[in-house]
Design a protein around this ligand. Structure first.
Ligand code: SF4
Ligand code: ZN
Ligand code: ZN
Length: 311
């Protein structure tokens, strides 16, 4: 198998692009693909200060590596989720990556921040699915850190596989509000929010894993233990089977939706005027934001449990 660009021996075959690349040409291909997505969707410029949310996994570290390499002004943010060995290992990998490149990494940890709870505390008291509580916590801490740090943009490592699986789930259940929000760039709807972007939305999981491997990035390989049985994985599996039979399906599904489908859903739901949360000051549709409502629900249930055990 020969490299499409230089005819050297290829190390990776990308059936979705009907291509194969040697190591230097693949690294160039990947960097260019990310840079093109940033420019095409006007995500940010080299003047913007970008906060990169890193999990210690291949996608977010590959993203940070590319952005740093391309000369963007970045800082990393790691949020410890308190999920046993998985979180400990993820934090080590994220810190080692930042240290090896002289990059600044902000580290926060659920359960250690004032008034915060871990995911297992949230799920055991409220019986919410772990990923639901995790999503609420992550959104809050990412938004808060981006606003407090004066960043212009918050970038996450969601890749094409994530986007295709999310789109499939949203279409299966006709989640109009979620379809309206499924975009690689989310414009802030309140002065305390920053722009949220997904520069890897056109590059696949295989591509970011290959990039991370070829760049020698030491990332956490294990999946989060809470991901087992998650519906998202069922959608990913379905999309992988389709991709196997029809290479390029994921990219076409997502990009055609953004081009032809998204405009039809963009105004499907009313955007409520956001005020400020009475507890934390972050944007909120009602008196308190989703995060503070979840925290007070945990506190209330815990207090009830103590009362019952004393009775
Ligand atoms: S799998 Fe669920 S709990 Fe684990 S990091 Fe992802 S959203 Fe959070
Ligand atoms: Zn080549
Ligand atoms: Zn709040």
């Amino acid at each position: 198998m020969k490299c499409r660009r230089c005819a050297e021996t290829a190390v990776v075959q990308l059936r979705s692009h009907n291509s194969a690349f040697c190591k230097p040409c693949f690294l160039l291909f990947f960097r260019r693909a990310v840079e093109r997505a940033i420019d095409r969707d006007r995500m940010f410029t080299r003047d913007d200060h970008v906060l990169v949310a890193v999990s210690g996994g291949k996608d977010s570290l590959a993203l940070w590596d590319v952005l740093h390499d391309l000369g963007y002004r970045t800082e990393g943010l790691y949020l410890g989720l308190g999920i046993g060995d998985y979180s400990a290992e993820s934090e080590r990998k994220a810190m080692r990556f930042a240290l090896s490149r002289g990059l600044k990494l902000r580290v926060l940890a659920l359960g250690e921040e004032a008034g915060s709870f871990t995911i297992s505390e949230a799920t055991s008291t409220t019986r919410r699915p772990p990923c639901s509580a995790c999503g609420t916590f992550k959104r809050h801490y990412f938004d808060q850190a981006a606003a407090a740090g004066g960043f212009d943009v918050l970038a996450t490592g969601h890749n094409l596989d994530d986007e295709a699986a999310r789109l499939l789930g949203n279409v299966l259940h006709w989640q109009l509000a979620y379809l309206a929000k499924q975009q690689p760039v989310l414009t802030p709807t309140h002065p305390r929010f920053v722009r949220k972007v997904r520069p890897l939305y056109r590059t696949s999981e295989l591509e970011s894993a290959t990039y991370a491997f070829l760049r020698g990035i030491d990332y956490v390989v294990e999946e989060c233990p809470n991901s087992h049985g998650a519906t998202q994985l069922v959608y990913k599996d379905l999309m992988n089977r389709l991709e196997q039979r029809m290479p390029g399906s994921k990219l076409m599904f997502v990009t055609d939706f953004l081009k032809h489908g998204h405009p039809l859903f963009a105004d499907a739901t009313a955007h409520p005027d956001l005020g400020e949360c009475a507890t934390c000051g972050m944007p909120a549709a009602g008196e308190r934001c989703g995060y503070c409502r979840l925290v007070s629900e945990i506190e209330r249930r815990r207090a009830q449990a103590v009362t019952y055990s004393r009775a």
